[in-house]
Design a protein around this ligand. Structure first.
Ligand code: ADP
Ligand code: MG
Length: 374
């Protein structure tokens, strides 16, 4: 179903997924006066504490998803891996402005990269593979190092195999029989950046500043915004090609690689709020979560501006183990804890945003306070 009218509070926003992204979406929606219903398989999903109604159900439970949709004036999702058949049914019967096709294309790295390439945006050389021999054939053409990734279900570097040479291929024992993979050229990275944008149901588009992302063990570790490299216009031009080729509604983020030669490549696209844009809560006139709610309710989108430079750092379980009682000692830290009860070393438990006039000075201070290094 499509909708051309604007949805005003107290309209009900139904959110599929109650993790931290769902929680921050709900908080933003409620601030504006909307009501929120959340569906999540976890009893203690972070968003449960901040929604009007919670439906405890699996993402594969079509009946429960229909129940959510019936209760809601608009349905949105923070979770990408919804079953294609169920999602298409929801989209045909209820108001789900993000639609089904874009998220289904982006669920699979092969269809995602093919779509990005077809839009004319640059991607690193890649190929769909099903055996070690396929990797060798690709290596003959593109040479090592390479990275092999599962086509579905990967996040925070899960399901990825880095191959420095052919010897690693034998050592890694990649389970080709179990699932589908792609191989791609491993880039000698100069930097990683991301661009977050929002497109409203009415077609209006607004862009957030370019973000610079630092990863550790393939998990986002810090975001610096604005990025300390001047690639906004180039990234926006790539984003425009993708927006022309795929229909986005709501907030989405395009991740980019910049290699040592200064070439920009699109890595992947998240059709939902993204970790690298959490800093927008404190640093911008609207947050990515506000932008998403305004988009799906078809309200006008403002031009985004950033008040102050920002650093966002994730709080993983292992960071909390170290910092627990000190989190509030540094008054410049804006602390966000998601309320997850199960703390694991590499699990994202929260984040901290710092607004600053001097990114470099702040980074030095952070290293000392956050990592306990001198
Ligand atoms: P995920 O879905 O887990 O975020 P990504 O493809 O974004 O998967 O990979 C996670 C991180 O691993 C990237 O942000 C980057 O730091 C590193 N990485 C992935 N692919 C490459 C590549 N081809 N070349 C260099 N680094 C890469
Ligand atoms: Mg990524």
């Amino acid at each position: 179903m499509t909708l051309s009218k604007r949805l005003y509070p107290p309209a009900v926003i139904g959110i599929i997924g109650g993790g931290q992204l769902g929680k921050m979406l709900a908080q933003s929606a409620q601030r504006m006066g909307y009501k929120v219903t959340v569906l999540d398989p976890s009893e203690d999903a972070p968003a449960r504490a901040v929604c009007h109604t919670f439906i405890h159900a699996e993402f594969s439970d079509e009946e429960a998803l229909i129940k959510l949709s019936v209760m809601s004036d608009v349905v949105t999702y923070e979770f990408e891996n919804i079953d294609a058949h169920i999602l298409r049914n929801l989209v045909s019967d209820y108001y789900v402005p993000q639609g089904a096709e874009t998220v289904l294309t982006l669920q699979n790295r092969t269809t995602e990269k093919n779509a990005i390439k077809a839009s004319g945006a640059a991607v690193v050389p890649f190929e769909n593979i099903s055996s070690g021999d396929d990797v060798k054939t690709f290596a003959d053409k593109h040479s090592y190092p390479l990275i092999v990734k599962t086509t579905t279900g990967g996040y925070d570097g899960k399901g990825q195999y880095y191959l420095e040479s052919e010897a690693d291929l034998a050592d890694e024992n990649i389970p080709f029989e179990d699932t589908e993979f792609i191989v791609e050229k491993y880039i000698n990275l100069e930097r990683e950046v991301s661009l977050t944008a929002a497109r409203s149901a009415g077609g209006e588009i607004t862009y957030f500043p370019l973000q610079e992302n630092l990863h550790r063990d393939q998990i986002l570790y810090r975001t610096i915004a604005p990025a300390r490299v001047n690639y906004f216009d180039q990234a926006k031009a790539e984003a425009e090609k993708i927006i022309d080729a795929m229909l986005f509604v709501g907030v989405f983020t395009i991740e980019f690689f910049i290699d040592k030669d200064g070439e920009l490549y699109v890595n992947e696209i998240a059709p939902r709020p993204h970790n690298s844009a959490h800093y927008t809560i404190e640093a911008c006139n609207i947050s990515q979560f506000d932008a998403h709610i305004l988009s799906v309710t078809n309200q006008p989108l403002p031009e985004v501006y950033q008040h102050k430079d920002a650093i966002m750092m994730n709080l993983l379980g292992e960071d909390l183990d170290r910092l627990d009682l000190e989190l509030f000692d540094y008054s410049e830290w804006n602390v966000h804890l998601y309320g997850k009860s199960d703390r694991k070393p590499a699990r994202k438990m929260g984040h901290v945003t710092i607004l600053t006039d001097d990114i470099d000075e702040e980074l030095v201070k952070l290293k000392k306070n956050f990592e306990k290094e001198s």
